[in-house]
Each structure stands twice: as structure tokens, then as C-alpha cells.
Design a protein around this ligand. Structure first.
Ligand code: TXA
Ligand code: MG
Length: 367
């Protein structure tokens, strides 16, 4: 049975928060599973030092067990029992970005079960920037291994209701908190070498990292896609992640060309009696709606077209925040196909395009 608890007010009195978190924290210390909100996406947590507890995560998610987990901590002091050596530049990055949406990969300490790290000799660690997550970890008294709280192969959950849809009945506890503010999973950064290497792009960008420590590389497997011989060093990146049920196509180009591509896709959806999901900026969708209303009946548009806005073209963070929930909404709306306007890979656009390419299995068209 899954117990649910709602904590929506992030400014509540700390003693009231502790009272609410007591039960889920006890579940974690007793090697049970708890889904909880973070600033990136919801996580499914268990005691990282217990093989038995970690096994329950893989089972609930249906996740391949060679895909390692991120261990979440609430205090820097917890690193001592988890990692072997910390480079001076990694310390600088931790003080610049923690708590926050970045995960560091260190050489692991013998205490960390190999079930957590998928057999690797490194371990990924993150301190989330979220009052519920931090306090839950602290009260549990253990480091908390937590992948995203979705069924394996589904988009990561950014709302409590996504977690309930995927994991109700499969985990011990779900904390229903506020919507995730970042909306994309953390940047994963390898800090075992002389120069940091991004293994998964996120809100903390290559420019931001280089801005603190002078240089930062990106794992070529991310940029080159599935070039043969380039196995991603972050094992999770090789799975078909973030994928909705529908066939996805990503289009990149000027607004006018994008709107024309959307219009053509609608024409063929109506012709083939299909249902099309369209994800674009609100500015694109306003123009498109006007065009469609001159060509089709409202009821035909409603039947065949499902419009999802990823916010204003001026706000890339909003696009990041909306992306996974829009993919889920298109699935719920039973779209057979989804066409999505992509963006340039600058700043957070790098992470957005990384997730979009996965959702589209690489199908990106420049028009
Ligand atoms: O924002 C996030 O990171 C969320 C929240 C819950 O914190 N968690 C998350 O976990 O996205 P997950 O398990 O869905 O993704 C973990 C990623 C995977 O791509 C995995 O392969 C990589 O981190 N990873 C974990 N340990 C690693 C290691 N030792 N070396 C390289 N990559 C690692
Ligand atoms: Mg995940």
C-alpha cells in the first residue's frame, strides 16, 4: 500500500514541516521507498547504503539495474562516507552550485553498495535545492539514492500527479509537493579527472561551470548522438528515455517556417483522421490558431489537433519547466504524432534539445 501526504506550502513553520516528514523519513531509515519533490524533477528515494532498499527502487521503476542511481545528501559532511577523493576544483563547483540542480560523479567509497552504482567504481552525488527534499534526507539520517520517480521509459515527473500515475501501489510513500521548478533532471558532471566533463546537460550549463573553474568539457557521446564506438559514460543516457507513446518529430528554424510546418502537419492529420500534438511557443500557436480557423471547422480542429504551449519564446526556462508535462499531456490526449519546435543548443537549450532528441529518437529536422 502507498501512503500519500500533501505538503504544498513551502513556507510553513519548520516544526510543522518536521512533523509532516517524520513518517516518510522513518520509512527511508527502515529501508522503504519514498517519492519526494526536488527542484529538478520528483525523485524515488531509498537508503543508499542498503542493497535491499535500493533493490526496491529498481523493482518499482522497472529500471535496468546496470543504470546507476544518484545519491542525495543534505550536508557536505555526508560526502566523507561516500566518496574517495575530491579535487580542489570540485570543491569550488560544489560551493558555487550546491544545493542545486547539478550532480557530481566521484570515485566511490567501499561503503556504497555496487547496486547503487551499477557496478561502476564511481558514485553520483547531489544536494537538491528544495526544503522538503533536504529536510527529508536530514531526518532520515541516511544518504538517499533517488532516480527520477517515473516508470522506466516515461518522461520524468514534474508534478505529484505524474508520480501517482506511475508509482501508486508500487512504493511505500509519495510526498505530494509543489511542481518542479526546473523541470529537467540535473546536470551530471564527472569530477574524477583533471577537467570536469558533462555527462548529462541540465540547468547548470557548460558555460556556467567553465565560468567558475576555467574549463569544462562535454562527453562527445552527448553531442554526437549515437555515433558508433562512442558509448555514453553516463549509462542512463543510452536508454530510450523521456519517450512519449506517440511518434515525435522536432523541427528547428525561423518562426514563419515552423508555423508552416505545423500547418502542413495539421493538414495531413485531418486528411488521415489522426490526432496531432503540437508543441510550440505561445507566439507560434496564436498565429497558427488564426490560420487554422480560416481553413477548418472548430470541431475538426478540436478533434484532430492538441495544442501545447511551452511558454513565451523569450523564456527558455519556462520551456524546460513545461517540456516533460507537455509530453505526458500529448500522450493523455492520445496523439498519434507530436511535432515540437526545438531551440538552439545555447544555455539551457542544450539540455532541452538533449531531452527532445531522445523523445524523438534523433528525428530533428532543420527547416
Ligand atoms: O535531477 C535529477 O538528477 C533527478 C532528481 C530526482 O535528483 N534524478 C535523476 O536520476 O534524474 P536518474 O536516475 O533518472 O538519472 C541519473 C543519471 C543517469 O543518466 C545515470 O546513468 C547517471 O545519472 N549516473 C548515475 N551514476 C553515475 C556514475 N557513477 N557515472 C556516470 N553516470 C552516472
Ligand atoms: Mg530518470
Amino acid at each position: 500500500m502507498t501512503r500519500l501526504i500533501k505538503i504544498e506550502d513551502m513556507n510553513m513553520d519548520s516544526s510543522e514541516l518536521d512533523r509532516l516528514l517524520l513518517d516518510p523519513a522513518q520509512v527511508l531509515s527502515a529501508n522503504g521507498t519514498v517519492a519526494f519533490p526536488t527542484e529538478t524533477v520528483y525523485g524515488l528515494g531509498a537508503n543508499a547504503l542498503s542493497e535491499e532498499a535500493v533493490f526496491k527502487i529498481y523493482e518499482a521503476k522497472g529500471r535496468p539495474s546496470d543504470n546507476p542511481l544518484i545519491v542525495h545528501i543534505s550536508k557536505i559532511a555526508q560526502l566523507n562516507e561516500l566518496v574517495l577523493d575530491i579535487k580542489p576544483y570540485a570543491l569550488e563547483l560544489m560551493s558555487a552550485f550546491w544545493p542545486g540542480p547539478i550532480t557530481f560523479v566521484f570515485r566511490k567509497n567501499a561503503l556504497v553498495p555496487s547496486k547503487v552504482t551499477g557496478g561502476l567504481d564511481t558514485v553520483a552525488i547531489r544536494m537538491p535545492d528544495h526544503v522538503i527534499a533536504l529536510r527529508l534526507i536530514e531526518l532520515s539520517g541516511v544518504p538517499v539514492a533517488a532516480p527520477s520517480a517515473n516508470l522506466s521509459g516515461k518522461p520524468s515527473p514534474t508534478k505529484a500527479k505524474h508520480v501517482i500515475e506511475d508509482l501508486m501501489g508500487k512504493v511505500d510513500f509519495i510526498i505530494e509537493g509543489p511542481d518542479a521548478q526546473v523541470g529537467l533532471e540535473s546536470t551530471v558532471l564527472d569530477v574524477t579527472g583533471d577537467i570536469p566533463v558533462i555527462l548529462r546537460p541540465g540547468k547548470i550549463t557548460v558555460e556556467m561551470i567553465a565560468g567558475v573553474v576555467g574549463s569544462c568539457l562535454v562527453d562527445p557521446a552527448i553531442t554526437e548522438g549515437d555515433v558508433e564506438g562512442l558509448a555514453p559514460r553516463s549509462p542512463g543516457m543510452k536508454y530510450k528515455h523521456y519517450a512519449p507513446e506517440a511518434e515525435v518529430e522536432v523541427v528547428i528554424g525561423e518562426a514563419s517556417k515552423i508555423i508552416l510546418a505545423f500547418e502542413k502537419a495539421v493538414d495531413s492529420a485531418i486528411e488521415q483522421n489522426d490526432r496531432l500534438g503540437i508543441m510550440g511557443f505561445e507566439e507560434d500557436l496564436l498565429v497558427l490558431e488564426k490560420i487554422l480557423q480560416t481553413k477548418y471547422d472548430l470541431k475538426d480542429i478540436k478533434k484532430h489537433v492538441f495544442l501545447c504551449s511551452h511558454g513565451s519564446v523569450k523564456n527558455m526556462e519556462e520551456f524546460a519547466r513545461q517540456l516533460f508535462q507537455n509530453l505526458r499531456r500529448c500522450d493523455e490526449a492520445k496523439c498519434g504524432k507530436i511535432i515540437i519546435r526545438g531551440v538552439s543548443e545555447a544555455g539551457i537549450g542544450h539540455a532541452i534539445m538533449n531531452r527532445l532528441k531522445k523523445a524523438a529518437s534523433g528525428k530533428v529536422t532543420r527547416i
